[in-house]
Design a protein around this ligand. Structure first.
Ligand SMILES: *[C@@H]1O[C@H](CO)[C@@H](O)[C@H](O)[C@H]1NC(C)=O
Ligand SMILES: *[C@@H]1O[C@H](CO)[C@@H](O)[C@H](O)[C@H]1NC(C)=O
Ligand SMILES: *[C@@H]1O[C@H](CO)[C@@H](O)[C@H](O)[C@H]1NC(C)=O
Ligand SMILES: *[C@@H]1O[C@H](CO)[C@@H](O)[C@H](O)[C@H]1NC(C)=O
Ligand SMILES: *[C@@H]1O[C@H](CO)[C@@H](O)[C@H](O)[C@H]1NC(C)=O
Length: 348
């Protein structure tokens, strides 16, 4: 080796060593930072008491014992529906339906503890939220299916971990597409799409509107007999994706045809490649033709179930699970927020 050659070689070695050293230093620094963040999250928590002012839609559940710990492994979170606990509750939750209709008046005449937070709870889209303006300036936190709510409680979510490796995408199904609807309103977008779509394909309609209601037991097996399901929301609102997708379609194993928020929203929330979006088609004739093509092509149809190898769906139905989430979020919630314009937020 020439002198200059060996000099270059040693210089190369030196730079390599220096590079590795810097690399090591950087990552040990990152590790320490991560450790610190973890410690921060583990900061000692105090007991949090959550008062539910009234049960949503009058359906109550037992709150005996330490439900958050027993059922969801969330500690130091105590739920009560005893309104006498108002003066000591850290958080008071009011469900919009009862408040807005005057069925359950707010405790405006009682002294409100300085550190207490009031939560406005609703799982309904804006069109179903009446009398909002009279609630301005009263609430500290919002709780809804919206991702930007202080406490976000979706109807369902996509989680990692496929648990249906042997899922049969296309067993024999005797029905092409079904729809379950109880409150049919001709002016709704979903009604217009249905009226037009049924000219091209047979749609089996169930629910109160059609006088063919399905019991809880019959719901999923009936939908499971169809290739597709119309997961049509009653209104097209930001992040509003209800059990019509998470439960009716995904749990039954029918491919959902969705009408609701835009594709970007579904892509962010639902499993990749799991749905057919109405807005992707120029006309209902195009949509119908596409459905027929997919139904006739086993491979194309099965593609809509690919996600089941890597993901699964978690649904939320028990109000208690949602209420316990308040304690999980509590340490990171804004301490001094007030919704001066709640109506504006709902429609934003
Ligand atoms: C928290 O609640 C538990 C169970 O009721 C109780 O034993 C404990 O004393 C409480 N801690 C504080 C700091 O209030
Ligand atoms: C809105 O509130 C008023 C009283 O504040 C009540 O009379 C009315 O029934 C409420 N609207 C609805 C749709 O419940
Ligand atoms: C909660 O909102 C009310 C306004 O209705 C406000 O007076 C109170 O200070 C807020 N609470 C906290 C802890 O910020
Ligand atoms: C599906 O239908 C075919 C023919 O119609 C039949 O031979 C087969 O056994 C059926 N499979 C199941 C799982 O019912
Ligand atoms: C989808 O809807 C959200 C609001 O809900 C909006 O912010 C976003 O820009 C929309 N995306 C597209 C591509 O239209």
């Amino acid at each position: 080796m020439t002198t200059s050659g060996s000099r270059a070689f040693f210089l190369f070695l030196f730079l390599l060593l220096l590079g590795s050293l810097l690399h090591l230093l950087y990552y040990s620094f990152l590790d320490r930072k991560l450790e610190q963040q973890k410690c921060h999250l583990k900061a000692p928590q105090r007991n949090i008491s959550v008062l539910l002012w009234h049960w949503p839609f009058g359906r109550s559940y037992s709150l005996d014992g330490d439900k958050c710990l027993e059922m969801y492994n969330i500690s130091r979170c105590f739920l009560t529906d005893n309104t006498a606990a108002f003066s000591t509750a850290d958080v008071v939750v009011f469900h919009h339906h009862e408040v807005s209709r005057g069925m359950s008046p707010l405790p405006l005449h009682q002294e409100r503890p300085a550190t207490q937070h009031w939560v406005w709870l609703s799982m309904e889209p804006p069109v179903n939220s009446v009398n909002l303006s009279q609630l301005n300036g009263l609430f500290n936190w919002t709780m809804s299916y919206r991702r930007d709510a202080d406490i976000s409680i979706p109807y369902g979510k996509t989680v990692l971990g496929g648990d249906e490796l042997n899922f049969q995408a296309a067993p024999n199904r005797s029905c092409f597409v079904s729809w379950v609807v109880s409150k049919y309103r001709p002016h709704q977008a979903r009604a217009r799409v249905y009226q037009s779509l049924k000219k091209y394909i047979p749609i089996e309609v169930y629910g109160r509107w059609n006088k063919k209601p399905l019991s809880n037991k019959k719901l999923l097996p009936t939908i499971a007999n169809c290739l597709f399901y119309l997961s049509f929301e009653n209104s097209e609102a930001k992040d509003y994706i209800s059990e019509k997708l998470w439960r009716n379609a995904f749990q039954a194993g029918a491919v959902p045809v969705v009408l609701g928020p835009n594709r970007t929203t579904y892509e962010a929330l639902a499993p990749a490649g799991s749905f057919i979006h109405v807005a992707d088609f120029k006309s209902t004739a195009d949509l119908a033709a596409y459905l027929k093509r997919v139904a006739a092509d086993k491979q194309a149809y099965e593609k809509y179930f690919q996600w089941r190898h890597t993901h699964r769906i978690k649904t939320y139905t028990d109000w208690r699970e949602r209420l316990c989430q308040i304690c999980v979020k509590y340490p990171s919630l804004p301490a001094h927020r007030v919704y001066q314009d709640l109506e504006g937020w709902v429609y934003s």
